[in-house]
Design a protein around this ligand. Structure first.
Ligand code: SAH
Length: 303
């Protein structure tokens, strides 16, 4: 039986077990069946896919995904919800439920989650790994950005997040939303907003609008980056001081490693003048700059 995710189902189920939704954990449940289905459909789940869900909640999305996937790993921080979902999902034999914080800290996934993914991934022939989730909004950014740095890389990520965050991910240069996150995600993924969702499709209603976003990981894009962790750090450092000129930002982030003439040499060769700011540069230019800096570091180290 598919758990019916309606307000009456949820309030009844929560009352039975004496629970209240916890806003600290971003507990806003999607109560529109059509949208749950849209989220699953947009995830393009196939029979040899390993699906990761962060935020099991009551298990409603999980129960829609399990019949389509080879296996679903679902992670829930809240022990009570984990227990409740366990009862709802009893009938499925291809779901692994993990009761844990999905993140060890802002920059790293929980080792338990990572080892569960690895073990399952290796046991499924021709497996593809996908994230499909109605994410807890307070940890949405670290989840989607860090999953692109883990050992088992996702083919795609299809998630519900705050609309504001979705706008930042797809932002173009010279706009206020264009940020390290936009560049990082667009450097590795084709990013597309599938649908904007109002607060009324969740229980309880969040204060903000949301969006379903589909991020298709592109190996072609990834192949342009020679050292992915270096690139990640470099992109982040470019936006620490948003209003500063690019030159001084780059000089300060390579302080102790590169002298000013070395930085100027890279900037000159790429024709990045003294008035340039990072927020004006399209992704391709940032990629060139990062690669220029990486090679310059190698050159200096071998002097
Ligand atoms: N997928 C469900 C629930 C979404 S609400 C649905 O669509 O209805 C988000 C869920 O994530 C909540 O159940 C919350 O307890 C859980 N959660 C919040 N922070 C988490 C974390 N750091 N790790 C794992 N789960 C978390």
């Amino acid at each position: 039986m598919v758990a019916k995710q309606t307000v009456s189902f949820l309030t009844k189920r929560f009352r039975e077990v004496g629970l209240e939704p916890d806003s600290r954990h971003g507990q806003n449940f999607l109560i529109d069946m059509n949208l749950l289905n849209l989220l699953v459909d947009s995830g393009n789940i196939e029979s040899n896919d390993l699906v990761l869900e962060i935020g099991t909640g009551t298990g409603s999305l999980t129960s829609l995904m399990a019949p389509r996937a080879a296996h679903v790993i679902t992670v829930e921080i809240d022990t009570h919800l984990h227990q409740l979902a366990r009862e709802e999902l009893e009938e499925f034999d291809n779901i692994t439920m993990v009761q844990n914080d999905a993140l060890r800290n802002k920059n790293n996934f929980s080792p338990i989650v990572l080892s569960t993914i690895k073990e399952k991934f290796e046991s499924i022939p021709n497996c593809r790994f996908k994230l499909v989730a109605n994410l807890p909004y307070n940890v949405a950014t670290p989840i989607i950005s860090n999953l692109l740095l883990t050992e088992i890389l996702p083919t795609s990520m299809t998630v519900t997040i705050q609309k504001e965050l979705a706008d930042r991910i797809v932002a173009v240069p010279r706009t206020k939303d264009y940020s390290a996150l936009s560049i990082w995600m667009q450097s590795l993924c084709d990013c597309r907003i599938v649908r904007v969702l109002g607060p009324s499709v969740f229980w309880p209603r969040p204060k903000v609008h949301s969006a379903i976003i589909h991020l298709e990981h592109s190996l072609e894009k990834r192949s342009r980056i020679h050292d992915v962790p270096f690139y990640h750090e470099f992109v982040r450092s470019l936006f620490f001081h948003r209003r500063k000129f690019l030159r001084s930002v780059v000089i300060s982030s390579f302080k102790g490693q590169l002298d000013k003439p070395d930085v100027d040499d890279v900037l000159d060769r790429l024709e990045l003048g003294p008035q340039t700011r990072a927020e004006e540069l399209p992704v391709e230019r940032i990629l060139e700059l990062s690669e220029g800096m990486r090679l310059k570091l190698q050159e200096v180290e071998s002097r």
